[in-house]
Design a protein around this ligand. Structure first.
Ligand code: SF4
Length: 890
């Protein structure tokens, strides 16, 4: 066993510390770091499965230009040459970088420096624009600087936690686990959930407000008035430390004049709204946790400020157990914010709009130019690519052809752009397919640098794997291009520590306490100090000993010119897309528990893929009945921008009139489930964050002539299918397929999918009356592939069939069982996997409950489910409640 390495999870903004180890066989194992302040040893299902995602099959390992492998020298020369030529001919704003919250801070820093300080354009934006640019804009409006004033410890100290627009149980599971523990330790802690859906997070909520989508600002404006009228105003604090309260109260009175109107507009029972307001009024220690349900809106910045206003009115900020807490989606969204990864920021929390700041940063960098104005934000940036205003584009560590709204237009833009380069670790994504140059980047386990999580805590990502092929760190690639473009003096970095020291020095340059983002004491750390850097929250102070800062603004001093926090008057606006007779549903997008972004990493793990194995549309049973849709059928979801085909999942927890579709499935994993292609590109006017939660759509049955599935050891050609989606299983691929065209000869078609065998190695079964076909192909006695076709979705157990692939040879009875689609009586089908850590399925859990397990602990004792990472706890609780209700006839 090799020595263990302390590093950080590459997924969500919780930023959990990990301990990674490789055994003698090269197998990577991961456990939670008990000493990391973000998680104290806890992990979720995604973090726990990281070891399974570290393999090279899909990796981009060599630079490629126009489909041919080239040397790094050739690739760098072409990128530098094309960018220089384009800038010379069309000016600096004719080029752009689109980067990512997956980058390390050091990568981000050099990319920003090259664009803003050397090329002289603001055209660098990041996919973090899609997840947290509205909270950034709101913090800046309220505090004068992009500062999260809160830390995770505040969740432990709170008396009330309000979770708004966040399925924390699935999207930030370790924060959720922390709240569960806080509630256990303090039974008096109350949790209020504000979310149109009754998500898995509702399991810990004392009160769930299933709010009408898009009406959050009215609810918070109403709270502001209730606090004011209920005598909760912090008189000294608001008088001495804030400005603009009267205007905020007037705006609130306009939109939320009384409880009755708030309840009516928000679609909530009046007593529930009253209870929420009462709890917030009476409890001093309140943390408001918010995420994409608030942020991803055309008025997301206002919604965030409506929340902050309530904390300012009550003075609940900067002290233990209280504050407005935006939890970020990505592992290094915060690091990108520190270095100016957004098109409207300079480095180190300075602003492009300030001549003083531009001058300061240019002098610090000693750079030839500095961008004079904000660059284009993500959606506008790809519009400019589409319209040929941007002629050279470099995409780093992200997949915009899937993740941006109106993704079809984004794909077309990349395809038609004069010159496109992408640096990525994955060879085949929807975006890498479209680019002229593909540069192999390092990924988690190989990279070396820092990330900053939602609570401003900077942690090291340390390498423990060798660099594969010719893959290189992103900072190195940018540095080489910058040198070739003539900026060698400004890019003399030899290792990430050099960049980190410069970043730290800039944060302290002419700062004098004006900017909270200050890590200057770290500017002098040597390489060993950088290697050993412990997690630390900025601002970093040094009084002989370097230390971080848990909370901000406890002294009532803010980063605005007059030192006062600003109330922002909020006039609520509805979502931009309006439902109509043609598009009667609100289309909401979001994450599932075990996948991350466009599945480029989690999609390689069979156990993560088994939790939700197909893309789906979730809707209320009453809506489904009205649209003639059944659970498990295929549905066509259509917006004004496009159409997808998805499996129907009925849920009483879904609000009527709403559809929920996961955001993860890309063209690499499905034929027709790229939901970004349906999402309207409406953005918040202040932050530029797209409204990914409120598009409009209709839903109708997909009229298939047949449906089925294929298990195969090899990847299949899927071009001719109306519907397909695939996941990895153990040593094989599992495809779900469907067609809206007749197939005359299934025997022939099946051989086309699985490969033509000699007849001894082929068995099949055809029932013309039932229109069912099944076949299997063997190689050397081992099952090599099988196909099941019928009129509708096939109930046959994929799990049992996948298990047959592990046998060296199938005997005659097993072959017969296979063709019958029925597992032998002694083989139990577990159903959909709920506990990914121990591979425990829904049916097994229901059986345990039926056998008398009445609590999650009892289920854990019986099956081990939820006893490792605990991510499945909310679903086990749901199954317990559903069983109880069904027994009680509720
Ligand atoms: Fe990673 Fe899960 Fe922690 Fe997020 S909560 S950082 S995904 S282990």
């Amino acid at each position: 066993m090799s020595a263990s390495v302390r590093t950080t999870c590459p997924y969500c903004g919780v930023g959990c510390g990990l301990i990674a180890q490789i055994d003698d066989a090269g197998v990577v194992s991961v456990k939670g770091d008990p000493d990391h302040p973000a998680n104290r040893g806890r992990l979720c299902s995604k973090g726990s499965a990281l070891g399974e995602t570290v393999y090279l099959e899909d990796r981009l390992l060599y630079p490629e230009a126009h489909g041919e492998q080239v040397s790094w020298e050739q690739a760098i020369a072409e990128v530098a040459g094309e960018f220089s030529k384009t800038i010379e001919k069309h000016g600096p704003d004719s080029v752009a970088f689109y980067v990512s919250g997956q980058l390390l801070t050091e990568d981000y820093y050099v990319a920003n420096k090259l664009m803003k300080g050397c090329i002289g354009s603001g055209n660098i934006d990041t996919n973090s624009r899609l997840c947290m640019s509205s909270p950034v804009a709101a913090y800046k409006r309220a505090f004068g600087e992009d500062c999260v004033p809160v830390c995770y410890d505040d969740l432990d100290a709170a008396e009330l936690i309000v979770i708004a627009g966040s399925n924390t149980a699935w999207c930030h599971p370790v924060v959720y686990q922390r709240i569960v523990k806080a509630k256990k330790d303090n039974p008096d802690l109350k949790v209020v959930l504000i979310d149109p859906r009754r998500t898995q997070t509702a399991g810990i909520a004392d009160l769930h407000l299933a709010i009408e989508p898009g009406t959050d600002a009215i609810l918070w404006n109403g709270l502001l008035l209730a606090l004011e009228d209920g005598g909760a105003r912090a008189k000294e604090f608001t008088k001495d430390c804030t400005s603009g309260l009267d205007k905020a109260l007037s705006a609130a009175r306009e939109s939320a004049p009384n409880l009755e109107s708030v309840a009516d507009t928000c679609g909530l029972p009046e007593p529930d709204v009253a209870e929420f307001y009462d709890l917030f009024t009476r409890r001093d220690k309140v943390v408001s946790v918010y995420s994409q349900g608030v942020n991803q809106s055309s008025s997301g910045t206002d919604k965030c400020n409506a929340i902050i206003n309530c904390h300012l009115l009550t003075g609940r900020i900067g002290h233990p157990g209280m504050g407005p807490f935006s939890i970020t989606g990505q592992p290094n969204a915060m690091g990108g914010r520190e270095v100016g990864g957004l098109a409207n920021q300079l480095a180190a929390h300075m602003e492009l709009g300030s001549a003083k700041h531009r001058d300061r940063v240019q002098r610090f960098w000693n750079s030839p130019v500095i961008a004079q104005q904000d660059g284009l934000k993500a959606v506008d940036l790809f519009d400019a690519v589409h319209d040929d205003r941007i002629k050279a584009l470099w995409i780093m560590a992200t997949n915009p052809a899937v993740s941006l709204p109106d993704a079809g237009r984004v794909s077309a833009a990349i395809e038609k752009c004069d010159f496109t380069v992408i640096s990525d670790c994955v060879a085949d994504t929807d975006s890498t397919r479209l680019c002229d140059l593909r540069l192999p980047a390092l990924t988690w386990g190989e990279r070396d640098g820092t990330v900053t999580n939602s609570e401003r805590c900077m942690s090291r990502q340390r390498p423990f794997l060798a660099k594969p092929g010719l893959a290189r760190p992103d900072w190195w690639i940018v540095t080489q291009v910058a040198r070739q473009m003539g900026f060698a003096d400004l890019f003399s970095y030899e290792e990430p520590a050099d960049i980190f020291r410069e970043h730290a020095a800039l944060s302290g340059f002419e700062n004098d306490g004006a900017r909270q983002f200050d890590i200057a004491p770290l500017a002098d750390i040597d390489n060993d100090g950088y290697d050993d850097l412990e997690p630390v929250q900025w601002p970093v102070r040094s009084n002989g000993k370097i230390g971080g800062t848990a909370r901000l603004f406890g002294d009532g001093q803010f980063s605005t010119p007059d030192g006062r926090a600003r109330f922002i008057p909020i006039t609520p606006r509805p979502a931009k897309s309006k439902t109509s007779a043609e598009y009667p549903f609100v289309l909401n997008t979001g994450r599932v528990r075990d996948h991350w972004h466009t599945m480029t990493r989690t999609g390689v793990s069979p156990r993560l893929s088994s939790h939700r194995s197909e893309p789906y549309v979730e809707l209320h049973p009453d809506d489904a009945a009205a649209e003639k849709l059944e659970n498990g059928a295929l549905a066509q979801v259509t917006s004004p921008l496009g159409t997808t085909i998805l499996r129907v999942e009925l849920s009483e927890q879904q609000r009527r009139g709403s559809l929920f579709v996961p955001m993860h499935w890309s063209g690499a994993y499905s034929g027709q489930a790229r939901i970004g292609a349906l999402v309207a590109a409406h953005c918040d006017p202040v932050s530029g964050q797209p409204e990914s939660k409120s598009s409009v759509a209709n839903v109708a049955p997909f009229q298939s002539q047949w449906q089925g599935f294929i298990l195969s050891r090899r990847q299949l050609k899927t071009d001719a299918l109306s519907y397909w989606t695939r996941i990895r299983d153990r040593g094989l691929w599992r495809y779900e397929i469907a067609g809206d065209f007749p197939v005359a000869d299934w025997s022939d078609k099946a051989r086309g999918f699985l490969g033509t065998p000699d007849e001894d190695n082929w068995i099949d079964y055809y029932d013309e009356g039932a229109r069912q076909y099944r076949a299997a192909r063997f190689l050397g006695g081992r099952l090599d592939g099988c196909i099941f076709i019928a009129q509708d979705n096939q109930p046959a157990s994929r799990q049992w069939l996948a298990g047959l692939f592990e046998e060296e040879e199938l005997h005659i009875k097993q072959r017969a069982a296979l063709l019958s689609g029925q597992p032998p009586a002694d083989v139990e089908d577990q159903g959909a996997i709920i506990c990914s850590c121990f591979n425990v399925g829904e049916k097994a859990i229901l059986k345990a409950i039926g056998d008398g397990c009445a609590t999650p602990a009892a289920v854990g004792n019986s099956l081990k489910a939820r006893t490792n990472c605990g991510s499945c706890l909310p679903e086990i609780k749901e199954l317990l409640i559903a069983t109880r209700e069904s027994r009680d006839g509720v």
